[in-house]
Write a protein that binds this ligand. Structure first.
Ligand code: HEM
Length: 406
């Protein structure tokens, strides 16, 4: 989920004005967001750059077709990857009718009924990753568990063969670093390169699957492409990359931040161990409280009145999902982590036509990941380290020791 260029420049200015580093802000942005919400919840940060912090305004904009996505132009691959087709924008950044067409091609694969067949695979994978974590007496939960689990699940769903999964994992690891705006330019450059390599990999995999289709999403998309010509070769590649990137870093962050939050709330863990049915509402509260996607964005298609302000046509609007999820008008004691919270109508997956396609998958992965992990008694072994990323908030490391089985 790429941050809009203007937004990146803006974030540099914020930190300067706030007198804090990006890393400090990413570790705990909530006091700043709360202050902004209290002082001006519809905020003009700079000409043409607006920020919205109230739950009801954020939700309204997500569902209002006067606010649309700013769609980038198609990208021509660099010379080294000249065999790749021109890359068309993905569903995440397109508007109807393209968005409707692209989303409808994959919608079915992400419906809860269809995802059920992945449940045994996710449980087995979580078990394998945990076995080695436990045998080592613990480690960095992010690297050993929260990161590989969603990467391998999406690989399975797309139909990446088992023999290629270590390549797939290392490329996606490099791409994840690219998303972190504070990484050294050389590392971000490596991420760009990895992104093209992965696209090249998908291109070859698609050619292979055309001849040898399997029971997987990539084969299903190729079949549609052949029958109806509804998906260009470039769209197939951006779709594959989107599913990997959108579904990966976000779920990693949900699992690692959620684990940290649960360890900091031992009474909740005691209850969950006695009553595993509570995992469903605990996962929703992790999503609300930690908001792995903190910010969302739209562009005003026309002048729109919001409260006593007018957001002008062409303005970029940053929607602070993280603060909307802690708006006291909607959530009582919003800064309290409460696994019994009900109702919990958080906006962690967005709303409207772009609402997260993978929400059911993310919920299933997190529930399995937590319930298997907390069969063990775990202890923090040092402070967690946050990624200095304000859009996709998450941990770089969560050092844990395994003290034994429950
Ligand atoms: C869209 C959050 C996991 C695939 C979104 C959006 C949010 C979000 C907020 C809306 C963006 C917008 O309004 O522009 C999350 C969170 C996740 C997660 C918090 C995990 C905790 C996943 C997974 C997948 C996935 C596992 C599947 C592979 C997508 C796709 C879109 C999307 C394809 C674009 C949908 C569209 O534009 O119509 N996600 N996501 N996400 N997500 Fe997720």
């Amino acid at each position: 989920m790429a941050m809009d260029e203007a937004m990146m420049q803006l974030s540099g200015k914020w930190f300067h004005a706030l007198g804090i580093s990006q890393a400090q802000f990413a570790a705990n942005p909530y006091p700043v967001y709360r202050h902004w919400q209290q002082t001006s919840p519809i905020k003009e940060l700079a000409p043409g750059q607006w920020m919205i912090l109230n739950y009801h305004d954020v939700r309204t904009i997500l569902m209002d077709d006067r606010f649309i996505k700013r769609t980038p132009v198609p990208r021509t691959p660099p010379p080294k990857f000249h065999t790749l087709p021109v890359l068309s924008p993905s569903m995440l950044v397109t508007n109807p009718p393209d968005h409707t067409r692209l989303r409808s091609l994959v919608n079915r694969a992400f419906q809860p009924k269809h995802l059920e067949r992945l449940r045994p695979y996710i449980a087995e994978l979580a078990g394998e990753l945990l076995d080695s974590f436990v045998n080592n007496g613990g480690g960095n939960l992010v690297e050993d568990y929260a990161f590989p689990l969603p990467a391998l699940v999406i690989a399975e769903l797309l139909g990446v063969p088992a023999k290629d999964r270590s390549l797939f994992r290392s490329l996606s690891q490099k791409i994840a670093l690219m998303i972190d705006p504070t990484q050294e330019p050389a590392i971000r450059q490596q991420g760009q390169e990895a992104r093209w390599e992965l696209l090249d990999y998908f291109h070859h995999l698609a050619q292979h699957k055309k001849q040898n289709p399997g029971d997987d999403l990539l084969s299903a998309l190729l079949q549609v492409q052949g029958q109806e010509g509804t998906l260009s070769a470039g769209e197939l590649l951006t779709m594959s990359l989107l599913l990997l990137v959108a579904g990966h870093e976000t779920t990693t962050n949900l699992i690692s931040l959620g684990t940290y939050r649960l360890l900091m709330t031992p009474s909740a863990l005691d209850e969950l161990r006695l009553n595993p049915a509570l995992w469903t509402s605990a996962v929703e509260e992790c999503l609300r409280f930690e908001s792995p996607v903190q910010l969302d964005g739209r562009m005003a298609q026309q002048d729109v009145r919001m409260g006593d302000q007018i957001i002008p046509e062409g303005a970029s609007v940053t929607l602070v999902l993280a603060q909307a999820n802690r708006d006291p008008v909607v959530f009582s004691n919003p800064d309290t982590f409460d696994i019994h919270r009900h109702p919990n109508m958080h906006l962690a997956f967005g709303r409207g036509i772009h609402m997260c396609l993978g929400a059911s998958l993310a919920r299933m992965e997190a529930t399995i990941a937590f319930s298997q992990l907390f069969r063990y008694t775990l202890e923090l072994h040092g402070d967690p380290v946050f990624n200095p990323n304000v859009l996709l908030r998450g941990l770089k490391s969560l050092p844990l020791i395994v003290k034994g089985a429950q």
